[in-house]
Design a protein around this ligand. Structure first.
Ligand code: IPD
Ligand code: CA
Ligand code: CA
Length: 284
């Protein structure tokens, strides 16, 4: 394993230990509310501190973007930036619902190059390196081969904090339900994306994600042969927070279903993300 990926795995496992330890005593946790339906516990912070400590020890010059402590280091000039979600699926964690993960990605010159998503409940470790493939533990991952939507299991995230795009979301939802075999909403986007890479889902979409929810999972999918875009087929997902992904065949079919439902607000959200990226390329 590449040394940088190795350190990221060590950090993810350390965070996982902290999370599992705390999950045994959920009643003792101190929890605060960041905003509507947005909770943070001391575990999110302790896991993030542990990850950052381990990364900083080996890579003192790298920039960091972490959910709880924000940006540190010189993101503009640093060659490397780590993107960290110390506990993805906090609501599940707080309810003892065992679907959450640690997500760590590394960008090199603004391109995703390493990814780790770790589920401490079942010890599933997803890793990817740009050009080196995606793995679940030691097994190479490929996206699913299904081509008929009616056979597909599709993952999603239902909006619950920012409800701005609820109507568009529900219209998309209604349109997809009758055409697929099933829809799931387990509650950890980093795992959801890793499941697309693993072929467990054939596709996934969500609106309103943050870069730390997506960065690692996106590289996982690309390295497993899947496609990723925003809801208009462009590559602004990290900036716009809207994401669509799947195996190549199912991705295109979902995109066709979704685009007629895009509202002016969603399109405006996409346009401003496009200005930030300044890129025009299609799904990658
Ligand atoms: C959340 C989870 C969830 C997604 C939310 C995210 P958090 O992350 O990934 O699946 O639907 O949008 O914010 O807050 O538990 O780290
Ligand atoms: Ca998250
Ligand atoms: Ca989180």
């Amino acid at each position: 394993m590449h040394p940088m990926l190795n350190i990221a795995v060590k950090a993810a496992r350390r965070a996982g230990d902290i999370i599992v330890q705390a999950s045994r005593n959920l009643d003792l946790l101190s929890i605060s509310k960041k905003s509507h339906s947005d909770f943070v516990s001391e575990v999110d912070r302790a896991a993030e501190d542990a990850i950052i400590r381990i990364l900083r020890e080996s890579f003192p010059d790298h920039a960091i973007l972490a959910e709880e402590s924000g940006a540190s280091g010189d993101a503009r000039n640093a060659e490397f930036q780590w993107i960290i979600d110390p506990l993805d699926g906090t609501t599940n964690f707080l309810h003892g619902f065992p679907q959450y993960s640690v997500s760590i990605a590394l960008k090199h010159k603004d391109i995703l190059s390493k990814a780790v998503v770790y589920n401490p409940n079942n010890n599933e470790l997803f890793t990817a390196s740009k050009g080196g493939g995606a793995y679940l533990n030691n097994q190479r991952l490929r996206v699913s081969k299904r081509i008929r939507l009616e056979d597909c299991l599709i993952g999603t995230g239902i909006p619950f904090r920012d409800l701005t795009h609820m109507d568009a979301y529900l219209n998309i939802f209604k349109d997809i339900i009758p055409r697929v075999a099933g829809i799931r909403r387990p509650g950890s986007a980093a795992l959801d994306l890793s499941y697309v890479a693993a072929g467990r889902y054939d596709g996934f979409w969500e609106i309103g994600l943050a870069p730390w929810d997506m960065a690692a999972g996106v590289l996982m999918i690309k390295e497993a042969g899947g496609l990723v875009s925003d809801l208009e087929g462009d590559d602004t997902y990290l900036e716009s927070g809207q994401i669509l992904t799947g195996n190549p065949k199912i991705f295109s079919q979902l995109l066709q279903i979704i685009t007629p439902h895009l509202t002016e607000t969603l399109k405006a959200n996409h346009r401003s993300a496009k200005k930030i990226t300044g890129r025009k390329s299609k799904a990658t």
